[in-house]
Design a protein around this ligand. Structure first.
Ligand SMILES: C[S@@+](CC[C@H](N)C(=O)[O-])C[C@H]1O[C@@H](n2cnc3c(N)ncnc32)[C@H](O)[C@@H]1O
Length: 225
């Protein structure tokens, strides 16, 4: 693993020092989070469309963070920061309650084998954490090319009274103006549908910080020593 030396890359130690994500940006603006940014192509499109918002993009893999940083630097956008960190750990340890106005998860690892399904990122526990981090009316956006993952997440969201569906159906295969990521384009090129879920957090809820089970890939502070 090589060090990422980019002005848009934030090592965890810097976040520890500032203690808060909004301090990582030159301007105080509403904050959006992309989890598993891959090569950063979705990120750069959405951040260019919303210059009045800040974007934090996270991925657990060094190479993805490196590619994202290069893409962000080439774009000249100053409203993006990139971190190599596990998403649930970041949300639980560093993002405060009501700190996000939007959250994006595009084509997360599908873990297609039945015995690996419990490794999937999006489940009820994750939604509790997302609701804790999202502000009133904050958006939760999810895409996948995996039919059973798409339908499972759509059912979780549409049956959760804490969310409002932004589409007429629990999921849609019509992307509209939603930007595409590398993985989304790969599947669309193979004529496979993408499942898109767009929901909003209902306003007026005070969600407590949920306990997060020490699941797959989650790293906790006591493990750093
Ligand atoms: C299948 S790729 C999709 C990349 C990109 N979103 C796209 O649609 O092109 C999934 C990405 O999520 C990252 N990832 C998986 N689990 C993660 C986690 N718990 N926290 C942060 N990133 C994660 C992986 O490293 C990988 O880059």
């Amino acid at each position: 693993m090589t060090l990422i030396n980019s002005p848009v890359f934030v090592p965890e130690a810097s976040l520890k020092k500032t203690g808060c994500c909004s301090a990582l940006f030159p301007h105080q603006r509403p904050l959006e989070l992309e989890i598993g940014c891959g090569i950063g192509d979705f990120l750069v499109q959405i951040a260019a469309n919303k210059p009045a918002h800040n974007f934090l993009a996270v991925d657990i893999f060094n190479q993805g963070c490196r590619s994202t940083c290069s893409r962000v630097e080439d774009s000249g956008l100053e409203n993006i920061r990139v971190m190599r960190i596990e998403a649930r750990y970041l949300m639980h340890q560093y993002l405060g309650r009501d700190s996000l106005c939007a959250l994006y998860v595009n084509c997360p690892d599908p873990w297609p084998k039945k015995r690996h399904r419990k490794r999937r990122l999006i489940n009820r526990e994750f939604l509790d954490l997302a609701l804790y981090c999202l502000e009133d009316n904050g958006e939760f956006n999810f895409t996948t090319d995996f039919t059973d993952y798409g339908k499972e997440v759509a059912a979780l969201l549409s049956n959760d009274p804490r969310f409002i569906n932004l589409n007429a159906t629990s999921y849609t295969n019509e992307l509209g103006d939603y930007p595409t990521s590398k993985y989304m384009r790969r599947f669309l090129d193979q004529r496979q549908p993408i499942y898109l879920c767009r929901y909003r957090k209902k306003s007026g809820q005070k969600i407590p910080l949920p306990a997060i089970s020490k699941g797959f890939r989650i790293r906790w502070p006591q493990e750093e020593t």
